[in-house]
Design a protein around this ligand. Structure first.
Ligand SMILES: Cc1cc2nc3c(=O)[nH]c(=O)nc-3n(C[C@H](O)[C@H](O)[C@H](O)COP(=O)(O)O)c2cc1C
Length: 476
């Protein structure tokens, strides 16, 4: 499988094309120090066979924030080095930190914007990124990733909504000036032989923000600057964030935030088209910089097809890897059926927004990490084979089933529309689920599988058929 082909990223050889994009864990205190739980989270991805693990955004500067990791001075080195050591001792997964600079925000809704920064502030940002990248190298990381996406400082300069009217704003060239200076400084301090990736938005998804038309030029500039990989995200901006009185703005609370972490009702592989367009554009310009795409990629066959069709070079699998860090190993062993499938409920996103420890709703209650992988059989059904029943009532398909036998962590509901393939549509902890997207004129088949904490599934339950009738809208 292409998924398991290694890739050399400026000397950092990742064993496969599976990248865990940065995901804030909120497991650190405000001290920003690495602790045991944080290290265990990243070791868990290494155990599961990830190719490249991008550690959650960590601050390059000393500004106050909620619980967030830091790499802003040497006092953070022991914890970071220990995390790297444990990951390297676990598997051949590679590990890089995502390094971030952000501006001040207040509970009142006020936020510092980039037009409030003077030349000295900008020089300091450049220096902070260079020093943080050098520190990442000292800690033993395999590279570093500059966070130049979403609502944060670097991205705000690149944004089409950049409000500055000096050499750092207005034209596209001016908007790209800061990242140019930052990359120069990072290379000066961390060296040319250190893998330096960048995360940028392929599209901003805000009014007046840039679309892929400029996004691909922005990616080209990063390739010209010598970035070793370009990880594409989208949106996640403050401009459309919702402000709740007394709370700091959460960059993922508006529509652009919804695009950044697409919910269950968005299509799978939401942003692959943007990656494909960006990749073919920079390739045509003579750059082979690997392109990473992320956004609801969870089916092994989809992941493989993206690579086979050359639409991206590496796959960013965030929430699916949180749900089941053993995703790579299970695919490699031909045990895709045992994957605990992410249902994109976004509880993890909500926890992040509330600065509470990020975990997965599908894990056993109270678990701080995903349960360990384990061989053996999953739950079974009693004599009724699950007794799955479906009724179309109140405009929705109401499904109920009986309890599976054995250790049950939850149930996956599978659905096929018309003659399509069966695919997981929901993960449920209870024994009922209402499908609110079923519609007359369509034919649906459903079955349910129970799974245990390690993801081991039961056989499918009995299959039920539903052909909803058109509602009666009354006499004309
Ligand atoms: C809880 C949580 C925290 C995140 N933190 C970061 C972050 O620190 N930096 C970043 O670039 N993206 C962050 N993201 C976005 C993810 O990296 C990823 O781009 C997004 O979830 C879409 O990929 P997915 O559909 O595979 O989950 C976060 C996402 C989640 C759910």
């Amino acid at each position: 499988m292409k998924l398991f082909e290694p890739l050399d990223i400026n000397g950092c050889v990742i064993p496969n094309r599976i990248l865990v994009p940065a995901m804030v864990t909120r497991l650190s205190g405000e001290d920003g120090l690495v602790n045991r739980d944080i290290t265990d989270r990243y070791v868990r991805y290494a155990e599961g066979g990830a190719g490249l693990i991008v550690v959650e955004a960590m601050a390059v500067h000393g500004a106050k924030s909620g619980p967030l990791l830091r790499i802003s001075d040497d006092s953070y080195l022991p914890g970071l080095s220990e995390m790297v050591r444990r990951v390297h001792d676990t598997s051949d997964s590679k590990i890089v930190p995502q390094i971030i600079h952000f501006l001040k925000i207040a509970r009142s809704g006020w936020r510092q914007t980039i037009d409030m920064l003077d030349e000295a502030d900008i020089d300091a940002i450049v220096g902070h990124f260079g020093a943080a990248a050098a520190r990442a190298r000292e800690a033993g990381f395999d590279g570093a990733e500059l966070h130049s996406a979403h609502a944060y400082t670097l991205s705000s300069f690149i944004s089409r909504r950049n409000p500055r009217n000096d050499d750092y704003g207005g034209s596209l060239e001016n908007r790209l000036r800061l990242i140019g200076r930052v990359m120069n400084e990072v290379r000066r301090q961390a060296g040319d032989d250190f893998a330096v990736g960048v995360r940028i938005d392929a599209e901003e998804f805000i009014r007046g923000g840039y679309t892929v038309e400029e996004g691909k030029l922005i990616a080209l500039r990063h390739a010209q600057l010598g970035c070793d990989y370009i990880s594409l995200s989208v949106g996640g901006k403050f401009e459309d964030a919702e402000h709740h009185p007394g709370k700091v703005l959460h960059a993922y609370s508006g529509y652009s935030g919804e695009r950044a972490m697409p919910d269950a009702w968005h299509p799978d592989m939401t942003h692959v088209d943007l990656a494909a367009e960006t990749k073919s554009f920079i390739n045509a310009k003579g750059f082979q910089t690997p392109i990473v795409t992320a956004g609801k990629i969870w089916k092994p066959e989809d992941a493989e097809q993206i690579l086979e069709e050359g639409r991206a070079d590496v796959l960013g699998i965030a929430r699916q890897m949180l749900a089941d860090p053993d995703w790579p190993n299970k695919i490699k062993r031909g045990e895709s059926e045992r994957i605990v499938v992410c249902d994109f409920c976004n509880i993890c996103k909500i926890l992040d927004g509330e600065h509470r420890p990020v975990n997965c709703y599908l894990w056993p209650k109270g678990a701080v990490q995903a349960p360990p992988d384990a061989p053996g059989e999953g739950p079974t059904w009693g004599p009724g084979g699950g007794d799955l029943q479906v009724a179309f009532q109140g405009g929705e398909a109401r499904l109920t089933w009986s309890k599976a036998e054995g250790s049950v962590a939850g149930y996956d509901v599978y659905r096929a529309a018309d003659d399509g393939a069966m695919s997981v549509i929901e993960a449920s902890k209870s024994r009922r689920w209402n499908d609110r997207s079923a519609m007359a004129g369509m034919r649906y088949h459903y079955y349910v599988r129970a799974y245990d904490p390690a993801g081991r599934p039961s056989p499918p339950s009995n299959t039920v058929l539903l052909e909803p009738e058109l509602p009666n809208y009354g006499a004309r």
